[in-house]
Design a binder for this molecule. Structure first.
Ligand code: NAD
Length: 278
């Protein structure tokens, strides 16, 4: 039986100040991992790191960098190497959607205004969404993966989404960008397989966050909106996921429990991606 073997490992979590990734960072700290909360938002990253040190008595630092700016990542790597040594684990968590890369209508019926359909989408909004989700996974892996290849040991965990398997209505760019993350996960897993670095992804289902709360629940009544109802009806477990639901899969994929596992994407979505709706 393999042990987790995570104590004193060094993990960088990009987007680590966010809803999902701050919870992932906590679950790593609870296993004795030294965590680096890397985020565009320095104050939020420092606050998460401080809370982790207090709660888990495990070293944690907040580092400011952009996953889209290689030189800021290289600067962050120097700081991390000086404080904690080589990096063993990278969680590529920074990501997200943009309303400008989303259609207003689900399915065209010919009566809608063109700007509310596919024809109203802005190409530069696609660039932003693809950059954040795809290039924002690529660049940190280039920078932080170097330590892993040097040591012939390490793990990369990409954060995809269940919309990567089947796109969600309206959500065109973000679904495609996460599908690209899955494809890249497989590509890099093969490329790194002989140098001891595993690459996998987790595909969370729907979580309620501050950004989508009032798209899914009515602000006044707290009742589900029409889209919220559709989501729950499309989820065999009939509930939203919460960040803690991801913990077991994260620990499995970054630890020696999955020593021979590379190039996979695990959905954690209450069955959403398995269900045809009938
Ligand atoms: P969030 O918005 O709460 O957190 C994202 C964090 O990333 C923020 O702290 C933000 O400051 C940081 N960030 C943004 N741009 C950055 C950049 N250029 N460089 C460094 N940091 C940057 O997001 P979340 O909802 O917790 O999502 C985390 C991940 O999970 C994302 O990849 C998202 O696509 C994915 N995901 C979310 C859901 C969901 O329902 N929330 C579902 C499936 C997948």
């Amino acid at each position: 039986m393999n042990e987790l073997n995570l104590k004193n490992k060094v993990a960088v979590i990009t987007g680590g100040a966010g809803v999902i990734c701050s919870e992932m960072a906590k679950s790593l700290a609870a296993q004795g991992v030294k965590t680096v909360i890397l985020d565009l938002n320095k104050d939020a990253a420092t606050a998460v790191a401080g809370a982790i040190e207090k709660e888990f008595k495990t070293p944690s630092i907040g580092v400011s960098a952009s996953v889209l700016d290689k030189s800021s990542l290289e600067k962050a790597k120097n700081e991390i190497n000086n404080k904690f040594g080589d990096i063993d684990i990278l969680i590529n968590g920074a990501g997200g959607n943009s309303p400008a890369a989303t259609t207003k209508v689900e399915k065209m019926d010919g009566t809608e205004k063109p700007e509310d359909s596919f024809f109203g989408l802005q190409a530069d909004a696609f660039d932003k969404v693809f950059d954040l989700n795809f290039k924002g996974t690529l660049l940190p892996t280039m920078v932080f993966g170097a330590d892993m290849v040097k040591k012939k040991s390490g793990v990369v965990l990409n954060v995809s989404s269940m919309n990567s398997f089947r796109p969600l209505t309206k959500v065109v760019a973000y679904s495609a960008a996460k599908a690209a993350v899955n494809n890249f996960t497989q590509w890099l897993a093969v490329h790194f397989a002989k140098v001891g670095v595993r690459v996998n992804a987790i595909a969370p289902g729907f979580l309620i966050t501050n950004q989508n709360r009032f798209l899914l629940t009515d602000e006044k009544t707290g009742e589900p909106t029409a889209r919220g109802k559709k989501i729950i009806n499309g989820t065999p477990m009939e509930r939203y996921c919460v960040p803690e639901d991801l913990t077991g899969t994260v620990l499995y994929l970054i630890s020696d429990l999955s020593k021979a596992v590379t190039g996979i994407v695990i959905p954690v979505d209450g069955g959403f991606s398995a269900y045809s709706g009938v």
